[in-house]
Write a new protein. Sequence first.
Length: 279
Amino acid sequence: MGLISRQLLKVIEWSDTRSGLISYKFPMTDRAEIMNGSSLTVREGQVAIFCKDGKIADVFAPGRYKLETKNLPVLTSLMNWNKGFNSPFKCDVYYINTTQFTGQKWGTSNPFTMRDADFGMIRIRGFGSYAFKVTDAKLLMIEMLGSKPNFTTADIQEHLKGIITSNITDVIADSKFSALDLSSKLTQFNEIAKTALNNKFFLPIGLTLSSFVVENISFPENVEKAIDERSSVGIMSDKMGSYVSMQQAQAMRDAAKNTGSIGTMFGMGMMGGMGGGMY
């Protein structure tokens, strides 16, 4: 927190470690002013932004600064300090947290429809987790934060969740993965989804999706049954011959359980392709 003496700020810093806090406006009273030569501390995992009359002026990376004209080039221009400033001035100071925000959840509240090469139109659900961080503090302030005094993950959670859930079907379609592929290649799909969501939605607002995880994809019961049956013989849709052979073998075993002559002859006939003639 700042140390205020006679309403003149000598030290500006932020040591708050509250979880989920993305941005923090340094507290100033209406009479508070920043002195020439004041100390500004920006810790690792932080960025400090100076704003004057609603305009973004100077941005400070981690480090310790003595505030003077050479450290405030944009503000110097806005304030018309031709020969440097000597008197205190008013300015808003925002700190942006640039560490990762992990453990964020996403999920489809309702099933969404996708076109699948093997099963046609199917409805699926999905949920998982993701992590993000601020990579362009100035852009984030312009696009999302504005003049809000404090901004948390809770303030942006629904927005990010909506982006993910409303675009996951497009990501699946672009990935060319079928329902069968998704079940076995989730790790590969996670990277594809992360890249696509970053390029289209996160980077343009100053954020980076640092991880994206699909923890579960669920299909309708009939699709799950078909996947289980196909995987039991190690085939895909272009190998239905093996699938049919498995079903015939199963029928033969069932018929063999019948000790009657007709049941036994029919089971043997299936094996040799002569069932109709023997019958």
